[in-house]
Ligand binder design. Structure first.
Ligand SMILES: [Zn+2]
Length: 170
């Protein structure tokens, strides 16, 4: 089963997610559905608020299912350290068809809990670091257009309004 991905404009995307306190079979099943939804949508990361669950949880896989080591369940994450800066183009499953450059740290160290309730720490770089930081923003109630200047953000919002009118934002 795939879940419905909410688009920008849905209030759940601008609300801070709650910490997860109970990791059980039900959550594991939901996480499986999140992976399925992410792979179907051809994304490399998906945060719980994007499927209307306002919790501090995201899944990611920058290998798109090719490398098991890249398949991560990230619960209640903390960014421990960031290094460097890099500008690269970014998209978001909640902003279909919208891409722009965002400056982010190049390397990130994250502490989180996995689906077995075990604490773990990992370092990510390149696309994986970008993905972690993008998804972390989602679970904190932020979206990537907040990185743009007010002028550019307005342009994007106008583009979205046009898509809404054409019925391309559902
Ligand atoms: Zn996103």
């Amino acid at each position: 089963m795939t879940l419905k991905i909410v688009k920008y404009g849905d209030p759940v995307l601008q609300k801070e997610g709650e910490e997860i306190t109970n990791i059980d079979g039900e959550l594991a099943k939901f996480v499986d559905e999140m992976f399925g939804t992410m792979y179907t949508a051809k994304g490399v990361g998906l945060a719980a608020p994007q499927v209307a669950l306002s919790k501090k949880l995201f899944v990611m896989d920058v290998s798109s299912g090719k490398d098991k080591q890249d398949k991560l369940v990230v619960i209640n994450p903390q960014i421990v350290e960031t290094k460097g800066k890099i500008v690269s183009e970014e998209g978001c499953l909640s902003f279909p068809g919208i891409y722009f450059e965002v400056e982010r740290p190049e390397i990130v160290t994250v502490q989180a809990i996995d689906i077995n309730g075990k604490e773990y720490t990992f370092e990510a770089s390149g696309l994986a670091a970008r993905c972690v930081l993008h998804e972390k923003e989602h679970i904190d109630g932020h979206v990537f257009i907040e990185h743009l200047s007010p002028l550019k953000r307005d342009l994007i919002k106008r583009k979205i309004n046009k898509k809404i009118k054409l019925g391309e934002w559902e």
